[in-house]
Design a protein around this ligand. Structure first.
Ligand code: AMP
Ligand code: MG
Length: 327
């Protein structure tokens, strides 16, 4: 079965073609174009959606061409229906709906966060992991129980990706700033104390954000190092407690921030202590991409028919723990 997946929740417009044979998936093509705001600025939803609208025909045709596939070969089409930025989500939905209605192809609106999790499982081979989803839009610890992904800890304010991006922007870099912060952090080993806030099993980054800004004049590399050590240790503490509580023997990190080597190092040492296997999404597929959307729809199509066109909405706030999983 062949599926076209369309991702447009935030900065990335991506189309991917995946094939499912039984439980196995294969990525035939995954093409992306990323909206980059001016240095020092964040995502402007209207500008990002304009970027997606302008780039969507090129990304789609490049994707089909690189897989050597025509639209008539598609069995299903899918798009990320949320959570995300409304104007951006609508572009992906319109492209998917146009293809579905014109060519009579079943359409699957899917949850973006669930796509991160399922593609991570498919690519790493993890079967029943505790999952850490760390990206621009999420900071969540999740475990599967009773047909749903349940939350065992999350951020109370901004996400880990937002924290890194906002500090980077404050220092004058262009978003996304995670790789730049990682690079600067690796050049220092001097720790400046910063607010460490874990409440119950949730984390809060807003105090850390304000305090990091204040130490930047004393040295950007030291500020980045201290920021990473503090934020990643907070997440590590919550992960460790969730591992003890759930007793999971596998752990998987997904989302754009999963590309960070220092974060993996900290999480790997926690897994070692708990006799737990450590998995991390391959860097190329850790951040937002059409493959996540396509693979999730291929899984959902094993259990349900496509949606009616009149039900192909977008939902800006669509929590992953509200999705009933029946595949
Ligand atoms: P996503 O929303 O899943 O596409 O993830 C995007 C987020 O991942 C942005 O906030 C980036 O700054 C962040 N990111 C990407 N690469 C890295 C990295 N090497 N270290 C930390 N954060 C990263
Ligand atoms: Mg994402």
């Amino acid at each position: 079965m062949l599926c076209l997946g369309i991702e447009s929740t935030a900065h990335t417009f991506s189309c991917a073609l995946l094939e499912r044979r039984g439980k196995k998936g294969r990525i035939l093509a995954d093409v992306r174009r990323i909206y980059r705001p001016p240095e020092g600025e964040g995502i402007h939803p209207r500008e990002a959606s304009r970027h997606h609208a302008e780039n969507s025909p090129h990304v789609l045709s490049e994707c089909l061409a690189s897989a050597g596939v025509g639209i008539s070969d598609l069995d299903i089409v899918s798009y990320a229906a949320g959570p995300g930025l409304g104007p951006c989500l609508r572009i992906g939905a319109v492209v998917a709906r146009s293809i579905a209605s014109y060519y009579g192809i079943p359409i699957y609106p899917v949850n973006h966060a669930l796509g991160h999790i399922e593609l991570g499982k498919m690519l790493t081979g993890a079967r029943d992991p505790l999952v850490l989803l760390v990206s621009g839009g999420h900071t969540m610890i999740l475990a599967f129980l009773g047909r749903r992904w349940r939350v065992f800890g999350e951020t109370l304010d901004i996400t880990l990706g937002q924290l890194l991006d906002q500090i980077g922007r404050y220092a004058g870099f262009a978003s996304p700033c995670g790789p730049k912060i990682e690079d600067l952090a690796s050049k220092s080993s001097r720790y400046e104390p910063l607010p460490y806030v874990v409440k119950g099993n949730d984390v809060s980054f807003s105090g850390l954000f304000s305090a990091t800004k204040q130490i930047i004049p004393g040295g950007l590399e030291t500020a980045c190092f201290s920021l990473q050590e503090t934020a990643f240790s907070m997440v590590g503490e919550a992960v460790e407690r969730a591992l003890s509580f759930t007793g999971k023997k596998e752990f998987l990190v997904v989302g754009g921030v999963a590309a960070n080597r220092r974060l993996s190092e900290i999480l790997q040492s926690i897994c070692r202590r708990h006799g737990c296997r450590f998995f991390v999404s391959p860097k190329e597929y850790a951040g937002d991409c059409g493959s996540q959307i396509s693979w999730l729809a291929l899984l959902e199509s094993t259990r349900k028919e496509g949606a009616k066109l009149e039900d192909t909405f977008v939902r800006q706030s669509w929590r992953v723990d509200s999705v009933e999983v029946d595949y």
